[in-house]
Design a protein around this ligand. Structure first.
Ligand SMILES: Cc1cc2nc3c(=O)[nH]c(=O)nc-3n(C[C@H](O)[C@H](O)[C@H](O)COP(=O)(O)OP(=O)(O)OC[C@H]3O[C@@H](n4cnc5c(N)ncnc54)[C@H](O)[C@@H]3O)c2cc1C
Ligand SMILES: NC(=O)c1ccc[n+]([C@@H]2O[C@H](COP(=O)([O-])OP(=O)(O)OC[C@H]3O[C@@H](n4cnc5c(N)ncnc54)[C@H](OP(=O)(O)O)[C@@H]3O)[C@@H](O)[C@H]2O)c1
Ligand code: SF4
Ligand code: SF4
Length: 478
């Protein structure tokens, strides 16, 4: 019986180097690592040694014989990655050389933010003997979206904070909570005391719908922050009195919200959900959550693992008329096609497709119906409309970073312009001493572990600049 990667995989690839037979893919060296929904164990190559189980920070790897009913689909999900003889024979690249600094002076780096990208960057920097890392976090609790984003019922994924606790306990790590850079302390202040400032501030705002009536619409970003007890969002109130809620957009955030809205409140009581949100959900009249994509089911933005998780928690249905453009060779597509078309009883999640929001009204959302162009596969408006009545309407169309004082900002991509983490000015020249990692560097996509490779890249560039004398000496060392 092989081992199996299950739903809570956060793609940090810790398991890859633990495996003696290189049967976990894609590895960070392989081209599809950046786009992979999770990592997969080759059942034909796994020798069942269990080494990967201990390496995984979020308990995502289980022996096949120990899978619960809700995890059984992951047997096929892992095996499917290796179908058609796609066995991977990549020879793993040896671990990268340890970071080395040329100077005898200790490297001092300020990191702004304490989310996953900040913590992985700190861990990498602290491999340098004598390095000091000061992490500044505007909230009074650390770890960013690992605490205020990850759903409260995803307890295993939240265990990644244990890894961050271990990083925090290393010599040279100093955490400064409740300090907002740009407000309480400036970039120039930090540069006086550090060789470099590494921004890991994430994407704290959201993309907004640009249709009539949308200006006051609540967003999934705020709703998630509310149920996770984020202090900036504790004051929100939501209309849970109508039997239907509509979520616009169908990424993993939309599925998290749909699952929380349809879960029995008692099942959430023992989680980290905010008590205010729990009490509000106890009075909720919502029976049906409609998750709406503007394109077809083949372009569902959620991952297969999260869909499987949702089906284990709620009735998930999809109207047969929406099931167009699916490819039978894709397990994700086959899983969507196999969803029931009728709910059984109780709370349900309806997946709808090819509906682009065109107006938000007092009674609900009006959508323009799209069709798939058979030649190009692109969506084209049909001119037909459909109105979905709802009380709670949430747009879940992605996060968006805010500009940072004293740093350039690319407003189109909502990132700080950079080259492998080195911040670039308007002329494309590096801004001395300024670096970025995580969502502020590459945009609001990717899993917790994706930020590990991202942070490593930035830290390598920072250390290279330090070694070539491009980073000024901190005031304290003068
Ligand atoms: C709702 C949601 C659920 C998710 N669930 C999962 C999941 O289950 N599994 C998974 O693998 N991935 C999940 N992800 C993705 C994962 O959370 C992100 O990839 C990751 O958190 C991004 O890390 P980051 O460090 O770039 O940003 P963040 O995690 O956003 O951290 C940024 C930090 O910077 C701080 N900050 C911002 N500005 C300042 C300032 N000026 N001064 C000081 N501090 C500042 C913020 O308070 C925050 O703590 C989820 C994402 C979302 C949005
Ligand atoms: N459990 C987990 O691992 C987990 C949980 C939560 C989040 N995350 C990760 O966090 C990242 C962010 O997730 P997300 O759900 O916020 O973003 P996302 O995956 O980018 O999904 C955004 C959704 O919004 C839609 N959209 C965008 N603009 C729109 C518009 N103007 N009108 C209507 N629909 C629009 C997109 O449709 P189109 O595709 O048509 O543009 C897509 O369906 C993702 O990488 C996600 O995987 C992971
Ligand atoms: S159980 Fe052993 S052989 Fe199988 S994937 Fe894990 S480390 Fe590799
Ligand atoms: S979370 Fe990391 S260690 Fe665990 S299975 Fe996924 S990639 Fe491997």
């Amino acid at each position: 019986m092989p081992h199996v990667v299950t739903q809570s995989c956060c793609n940090d690839a810790s398991c890859v180097h633990a495996c003696p037979v290189n049967c976990i893919h894609p590895t960070p060296d392989e081209p599809d690592f950046g786009t992979a929904e999770m990592l997969y164990i080759d059942p034909a190559a796994c020798v069942d040694c269990g080494a990967c189980v201990n390496a995984c920070p979020v308990g995502a790897i289980k022996p096949a014989g120990a899978l619960g009913d809700a995890q059984l689909p992951f047997l096929e999900i892992n095996a499917d990655f290796y179908k058609d003889g796609r066995r991977r024979r990549t020879i793993l690249a040896p671990h990268e050389k340890p970071l080395q600094v040329a100077s005898r002076e200790s490297l001092r780096v300020a990191i702004v933010g304490s989310g996953p990208s900040a913590m992985y960057a700190a861990d990498e920097l602290l491999t340098i003997p004598g390095a000091r890392v000061d992490v500044y976090e505007r909230l009074t609790t650390p770890y960013g979206l690992a605490r205020t984003g990850v759903a409260p019922d995803h307890a295993e994924t939240r265990r990644v904070t244990d890894v961050f606790d271990r990083i925090s306990r290393q010599d040279g790590f100093h955490l400064h909570l409740g300090v907002e850079i740009g407000k309480d302390v400036t970039h120039a202040d930090l540069l006086r005391d550090h060789h470099a400032v590494l921004y890991a501030t994430g994407a704290s705002s959201d993309r907004r719908l640009d249709v009539p009536g949308a200006s006051g619409t609540a967003t999934a970003t705020e709703f998630v922050a509310w149920y996770n007890g984020h202090p900036d969002h504790a004051h929100h109130e939501y209309d849970l009195s109508h039997p239907r809620a509509v979520i616009i957009g169908n990424g993993n955030v939309a599925l998290d919200v749909a699952r929380i809205l349809t879960s029995p409140p008692d099942s959430l009581a023992s989680t980290t959900i905010s008590r205010t949100a729990l009490e509000a959900l106890r009075t909720s009249a919502i029976e049906e959550v409609v998750v709406v994509g503007r394109r077809g089911p083949a372009h569902s933005a959620f991952t297969l693992a999260e869909l499987v998780g949702l089906t284990a928690a709620a009735d998930v249905v999809v109207p047969p008329a929406d099931l167009v453009g699916l490819d039978e060779s894709s397990l994700k597509h086959r899983t969507i096609r196999a969803l029931p078309s009728e709910p059984t009883a109780g709370r349900r999640v309806i997946l709808r497709y090819l509906l682009a929001p065109s107006e938000i009204t007092d009674t609900g959302v009006t959508f323009t119906r799209n069709a798939l162009d058979p030649e190009t596969g692109r969506t084209v408006p049909t001119g037909e409309t459909e109105h979905l009545k709802a009380g709670l309407i949430l747009s879940s169309i992605g996060y968006r970073a805010r500009p940072l004082p004293d740093l350039p900002f690319d407003a189109d991509r909502a990132v700080v312009p950079n080259d492998r983490g080195r911040v670039l000015d308007a002329t494309g020249e590096p801004v001395p001493g300024a670096y970025v990692t995580g969502w502020i560097k590459r945009g609001p996509t990717g899993f917790i572990g994706t930020n590990k490779t991202c942070a490593r890249e930035t830290v390598r560039e920072l250390v290279a600049d330090y070694n070539t004398g491009r980073l000024k000496l901190p005031a304290l060392a003068r």
